[in-house]
Design a protein around this ligand. Structure first.
Ligand code: GLN
Length: 202
């Protein structure tokens, strides 16, 4: 891939390896990010699926939560899947007591929105921005986006209209896990933003 962007995967908890392997397979230089010094080295950050309340607590314990917030507001490209989407939301619904997010995405996201009956499921969804074929999407105790602000593009909905993929500037979020289905197009979209960012580096 042209430019070989340096991207990080936030590696506090969750499906870190799957993202790292996919990104490396696309030609990116991938590093695992746990600390501010590591964050400073990358031109984009993936926040994996896992448990958002745990990633929240660990990020504060590692002192990387504030640096991530600052990096996002300075335009660092970020892509959050599932728990990662929750961590990017300005507002969390059904969070645990005291749960915080990095924010940046002007949305409200409800955790575990499909309830206990539907712990996980797979379906195909159309994502017009990505074109054909439809995206094979795996949802695992997934969140739903319940409110989007005016600057947010809705990239995908379920057939009943519930929002499962959004984008705002250089922030991308999906309720589902493309990294487990061999779906590359969301990560490629993120990498294109990281390449653009790396071009401004000296
Ligand atoms: N339910 C999890 C949370 O609240 C998200 C699940 C996932 O990332 N697969 O963080």
């Amino acid at each position: 891939m042209a430019g070989n962007p340096r991207v990080g995967v936030l590696a506090l908890q969750g499906d870190v390896r799957e993202h790292a392997a996919l990104l490396a397979g696309r030609g990116a230089e991938v590093s695992l990010v746990r600390r501010a010094e590591e964050l400073a080295q990358v031109d984009g950050l993936v926040i994996p699926g896992g448990e958002s309340s745990v990633i929240d607590k660990l990020s504060r314990a590692f002192g990387v939560a504030e640096p991530i917030r600052a990096a996002i507001s300075s335009g660092l490209p970020v892509y959050g899947t599932c728990a990662g989407l929750i961590l990017l939301a300005d507002e969390i619904l059904d969070g645990i007591d005291g749960q915080q997010s990095f924010g940046g995405l002007d949305v409200a996201v409800r955790r575990n929105a499909f309830g206990r009956q539907t712990e996980s499921f797979e379906t195909e969804i159309d994502v017009p921005t990505l074109g054909d074929p439809p995206v094979r999407a795996t949802f695992i105790r997934a969140p739903i986006v319940e409110r989007v602000g005016p600057g947010v593009d809705v990239l995908a909905t379920l057939p009943d209209g519930r929002i499962v993929a959004v984008e705002q500037g250089s922030i991308l979020g999906t309720s589902f896990h493309p990294e487990v289905d061999g779906e590359l197009r969301f990560h490629d979209r993120f990498l294109a933003l990281a390449i653009a960012r790396s071009a401004h580096r000296t």
